[in-house]
Structures are given as C-alpha cells and as structure tokens.
Design a protein around this ligand. Sequence first.
Ligand code: NOJ
Length: 544
Amino acid sequence: MSRSDGSSASSPWWHEGILYQVYVPSFQDGSGDGFGDLAGVVARLDYLAGLGIAAIWLSPIHESPLLDLGYDVADYRSVGRAFGDLDTFDELVAGAHARGLRVLMDLVPQHTSAEHPWFQDALRGRDGVHRDWYLWHDPAPQGGPPNNWASAFGGSAWTFHAPTGQYYYHAHLPEQPSLNWRNPQVRQAMFDVMRFWFDRGVDGFRLDAVWRLLKDEQLRDNPAGDEGESFEIGGAAAHTAVRQVQRYTADHPELPGLLAEMRAVADEYDDRVLLGELHLTLERVAALGGRRGLDVAMNFSLIDVPWRGKALGDLVRRYEAALPIGAWPNWVLSNHDRSRLATRVGVDRVRGALTLLLTLRGTPTLYYGDELGLPDAPVAAPRVRDCAALRTGDLTLGRDPERMPMPWTRDRHAGFTDPDVEPWLPVPSWATGLSVAAQEVDPRSTLRMVRSLVRYRHASDALRRGSVSVLSDDDELLVLRRESPRETLLVAISLTDRSRRLALPAGSWRTEWVTGRGPLGHVVTTAVVLPAFEAMILRRTRAA
Ligand code: NOJ
C-alpha cells in the first residue's frame, strides 16, 4: 500500500492517520433497494480516498435479522444479503487498498443474534453443545431474574426461557444474547472469526461493547447511579432503567488479559489494529489504551463534554494527564449512537469542532457526514427504525436522526438511492443543500475546509505527532499549542459570536490557516483578532 495517509515508517499507521466511520446502511445504496450496502461503499471509494483519511471502519455487514441494524450477528463469516456478498467485500478491500485506504470491520463479540445457530442450539436444552457458550442462570431463590442487572435498552438484562427453566443474560436486546467469554471454545471461535477476516485482507477491527465482555461470576447486584461513565446509547442516558453503575457487568479485572489474547491474534498478521468501544470514565479508557491489548481505546469524551472552551481545555488536560507513558491518545467526535455534532454543538461551532478534532494530539475518528456539517434529521413515528426507540416506546431515545442517509447530490433522496425508491430512513429536503455536490463547488464549504485541514495536518509533524498543551482558560476560546522539534503551532478556536483579541505568546507568528479563509500569511507578534466562531492556526516564525 502507498503511504497516502501521511504516516511515517517510525510509527504505526493508525497513530497519524485519520479514521472514518462508514455507517453502511446510510452511506450509499448500490443495489437500488433503499438500504446502504457494500456496492455503495465501493462506488464512493474515490470520495473517501479524496478526504485524505487512512482507514474506513464499516459498521457490521454480516447476516443479521437487523433488529439492531447489524449489531445482532447471525453468521460472523458472511456478508448479509442486505449488504451484498463476499465477492463485493473482496472488491471493496482491493479497491480501498489500491487507493491507500485501510478497511476496518466491526466485530460484535459480546453477543450474537438470537438467530445465530449457536444460540438456537443452546435453546434446545441444558445439555446442548452450545448451552455454555451463553450465560444461563437459575432464577433467584425467591423467583425472578438472578439479579438486578439492567439492559442498555431498558428493563432487566435477563430473559426467562421457560422450556429449560433458566434465564439468559443479554446486555442489550433479548434477541442479542451475551456470549460466555469464560468458555475457551467461545474465545477460539471468535479468534478464528478474526483470522477469517484478517486472511481476507481486513486491516483491523472495532470491537463492539468490548468493555462488557466479562461479568462478575458471583452475580453481584450493580449499584444505582453512574460513576462518570460515558453513555453507549445516546438518549438512553436519560432512561432511568439504565442508570446503574456497571460495576459487575463491565470493566472486569480480567478484561485486559482477554484483550491481550485478542491482540496476540492480530499479531499473527502485520500492521493490524484493534479499536475498542469503551464507555467508562476517561481515566479507565486511558488506562486500558495503555495496556497491551487495544491499540485504540476509543475516547468518546468529546461527545459528552459541554461545548465550552474551559470544559474542553480541562478535558484535554485531564486525558493527557491520565494517559500512561507510551499510550497514544485518540478522539471520537460523533458516532451512530449519539446525536450528531452539528446538533450537539450548534451549526456555528461545527467548523471549530472539526478543527479541534483534526488538531488534537492523537488519532481522530470522523463520523460519515460530519465533514458536511450534517445535523440530526428528525424521523417521524411511522418511519422510526431504531430498537432503542421501538423497545422503550420513547421516541426521544431513537438513534435514527444521526443515521440519516448521506446526501451526495441535489437529486431526489440526495443521490443516496434511486430517485424512485424510498430510502430506509427519510432524506429531508434540506439535505441536498448540504450534499457533497453542493459543497464541492463552494470554496467556503465545511467539506472543502475539512479537506484543506487534513492536507495541512499531513504536512505538519507538530500536528501529527507533536506535544500538546492548552494555553487558554476561557469559555469563549480554546487555544492549543502543538510542538515538535521542527515546528511550533498555535491552534485558536472561537466558541463565541463576537470577535476576540487573542494575546500571543512571545515571538513572531504567521497566520497559516483560517476556517473562514480569512487573510493568511500575516506576520503578527503580540495579538491577533479571532473572528466569531472561526478557528486559526498560527506558526511560530521566530522565538522570543
Ligand atoms: C454499541 C453499538 O455502537 C450500538 O449501535 C449497538 O446498539 C450496541 N453496541 C450493541 O451492539
């Protein structure tokens, strides 16, 4: 593979490269059924490569009843009919690699679909070969579920199976039974699944719900409340049934050992990466990323933080302080489970937020459509598809709005699917105005800004691997200093609707990059004016 991702021989590609999440159902429909698929992704590889990213991470594409849109896998070695076939997958990997792009898959090791043959076998009886591949327990002595563990989608995490008289555990839907990772056969089966896809050229995995893999063997009750964990499923944070500290259902002391076993499987191949979904405190996420196991312990704190300069600055300091020596940071700005960036921070602050993501120290993860500044697209009741809304009956908990089909063109349905086919989620009429086609021709568009910043990042070793410090303590401004032996940069981001004067550290500075494409190349010494909601990168041209 060529090194178009800007990585260098001395550090792994995923340190300096940018990761981009493709939520496959919503990216591009290639088959004409209104649902995104692999043929659609293949058709958009040039667009993806043109972003300057290092890798795409594909949401699950396996055979699945799609109750949780693919996070309910019925066959780990397949491509599901809704998404295409193995040949198209091979074509995707070859096409991506030819363009210098890596391909990461979502691996869902915590649970299978209830339709998976392993679970179907487990249901047959207590003596079934696969019975112990799942977590079965007798009812509590007084009857009812074995303990108080709650499902992420609300209600008890235990479902009673009358024919065999036991409960099985599911961290999510009852149709997503959790696997028993203490069973060595489960480990071997899942490790073989990893090898199956590595052998097909996959460059790594994003491990779904990996912080939940092992549970307390004594089945102790979880305490009520939360201990500063981030939240896996957006609106579910507000859901009372989920307000339970995951003390005995997550972050088990033996988890690092299990992650190291997974890493050993990845080590059988060259250059493969493991990203882990971890909804824990920032300190625990930082610690798990510092151990042998996960290369990227995904840091979702930018999704939860109040979008103000001081809170953001404190977050950067806190995370940097928590990272063990040698651990590499990463930042996730959005994903398919949480309200979109533009909706969370407000349309005016999107460009500053993207600037922050792409100039922080560490691996950035972009969510599809954030490069266009897409907001959430509300979905009316009859069109709701997400189980988080359908199962709780609370439509505000649904994740459909952040999964809007990608708008590509000004055509009907914005080019996501054929104009005469109904897309699986509605494409609002305003989406065409934010489409790739519309933004390509607008020099001031968010898309063009992202591309130019990515180019700047690739060319700057201070941004790719320099140190970071936060210079501001101000709600309206965030100022970072990025420094390598060769360069010193200041990144200044305005979070306010008024121009602000920014006093500069001693030395001479040149304005090099501005979100609104304001005047560049000015040499300034004492101060610079930062226009409302803009971001600016300055380079030190002379020390004090
Ligand atoms: C986390 C995934 O990101 C989410 O979409 C899914 O519902 C749960 N894990 C269960 O797999």
